[in-house]
Design a protein around this ligand. Sequence first.
Ligand code: NAD
Length: 255
Amino acid sequence: MGLMTGKRGIIVGLANNKSIAWGIAQQLHEAGAEIAYTYLNEALEKRVRPLATSLGAKIILPCDVQDEAQQTAVFAELEKQWGKIDFVVHAVAFANREDLKNPFSQTSREGFQLALDVSAYSLVSMTRAALPIMNEGGSIVTMSYLGAMRAIPGYNIMGVAKAALEASVRYLAAELGPQKIRVNAISAGPIKTLAASGVGNFNEKLRVMEARSPLKRTITQEEVGKASVYLLSDLASGVTGEIHYVDGGFSIAEG
Ligand code: NAD
């Protein structure tokens, strides 16, 4: 019996085998969860489908979080196949490259709205779509970064989006607590992924973390996966509205 045996849920945000979502998928699978997956577009479907299938997935669906109808269709399909679900993993973010490169004051209105829509509002819309089929005791986890709290060079509009995401976690947690549904974020240290390649000075972030974090190293997808299992399982039954740092202690050591 694993910690997630008997639990079913969905991971949104798998792109390839470097994705944080892949680390989460592997750990949840090992803990006994049954998992459905989504992919953003046909190009990514080619990468996502084999990965998901290798972990025994039977439900693999398209989902662009900017498309409300597609999101609704995903949860309608889960209801049809499973009835209820126990967890949602939201590991999605996007910003225009130029908005991560240019000075923050140059962020365009469209770029600001796009980053906030994909990276923060999607947690709200996804939660709304999932709610009717969430079991009591259900758990939702999203991915954040220290740039929500501090002005980190090169993170720019994503920092603003993550601040909105973290505030959304608290408001959703406050609203859904009485329904016994928990909502938390993991604030992960820097990890080399597709999304990270768009962030300015990314290698410098890895180097600084190795040099200055208490653990003196960067963290892995697997470690974010293990923290996700904790937050999605009954081990964390008393935990909601929390921003859970998986960053080798960097956030507390850096003044
Ligand atoms: P990734 O590129 O593997 O994952 C990002 C995912 O977002 C991809 O699967 C992509 O398809 C998806 N996505 C983008 N736009 C979308 C849309 N409109 N609809 C649906 N999906 C969309 O990179 P990752 O680093 O694993 O990112 C996962 C999450 O972790 C993100 O929220 C990211 O901000 C967060 N995070 C990453 C790091 C890091 O250093 N890599 C650190 C902290 C937090």
